[in-house]
Design a protein around this ligand. Sequence first.
Ligand SMILES: *[C@@H]1O[C@H](CO)[C@@H](O)[C@H](O)[C@H]1NC(C)=O
Length: 272
Amino acid sequence: MCSMASRASFTAAWCVLPARVLLVLTSHKGIQMYESDGSIMVYWHALDATEHPTAQAVFARGIAAASGRFICVGLSSGLVLVFDIPPKGTNVTVSEVLAEHSAAVTDIAAELGHAPDGAGDLVSADDSGALCVWSSGEEFALRHRIPALGCSCSSVKLWNGILAAGYGNGQIRLYEAASGALRARVDAHARWIYALDVAPATGKLLSGAEDSFVHVWQLGRSPDTGDIEIEHCHAECVPDTQVCGARFCDARGASFAVTGYDLAEIVRYSRA
Ligand SMILES: *[C@@H]1O[C@H](CO)[C@@H](O)[C@H](O)[C@H]1NC(C)=O
C-alpha cells in the first residue's frame, strides 16, 4: 500500500511492503527511495533522456506498491517503471517498464481490498483520461485498457474490484476492474478533482477538488445483482481553498485531512 502525500510536481509516498517500508520521493530529477525514517537513501533513479525522449517537463507521478515486492512509478513520458525491492539492502532493480500509456501518467493505485477472481490489482491513469488495469506479479500483464475520455484522469483508486477514477471535469466514474465496464458516473465537483481516497475497511470514498469542496461517498455492491453502487454521505467546504490533497486518516474513514494551494496547514475533519 502506498499513500500519496502531495500532488505537485514533487510527490512523496510511504510504500508498505511486507518486508519493509520505504519512503519514495519523486521530482523532475528522479526517483529517490529512503528507509522509512528518512535516514538512509536506498536507491536513486535519475530520469534520463532514454525514458523521456522529448526532454520536456520530465516528472514522475503516481507511486504504488504491488504484489509484495514491487514499487511502480509513473512518468510523464507515459512509461511505468516497476522496481523490484529486495527484503533488505540496496539492490533495487528495474524489473519491467510498462509502455501502454501514450500520455503522461497521472496516478497509479493498487487494490486496497481484495481483487475478485480474474480482476486486475493495479490501475494506472494518464493525462488523456485513459486507464490501464494490470495484474501485478513476477510479470505484469495488461488486463484492460479503458479508452481516453478527452479529459485528464487525475486520480484513481481500486477497492474490491471497483475502480474509482476522478477527472479534470469534476466527474467521478466507477468501473468494474474485472471487465473494464463503466458502471456509474457522478458529476461530483464543479472543477478539477485533485484527490480521491478510499477507506479500505468500509469502502468510503473521499473526493477533493479545485471547487473547494470535499465529498464523502459510500461505495458498495447491490446484494441482489452485485452491481456497483455509490451514495453521497457528506460534503464539506474549505472556504477560499482549492483543495489539492485529501486523505482519510483511518481505515474506516471516520476522519479525513485536507490541504489546498497556498494553504500552509492541513485541516482535519472527524465525525462528531
Ligand atoms: C540484485 O537483484 C537482481 C534482481 O532481483 C538479481 O538478479 C541480482 O543477482 C542481485 N544482485 C546482487 C548483487 O545481489
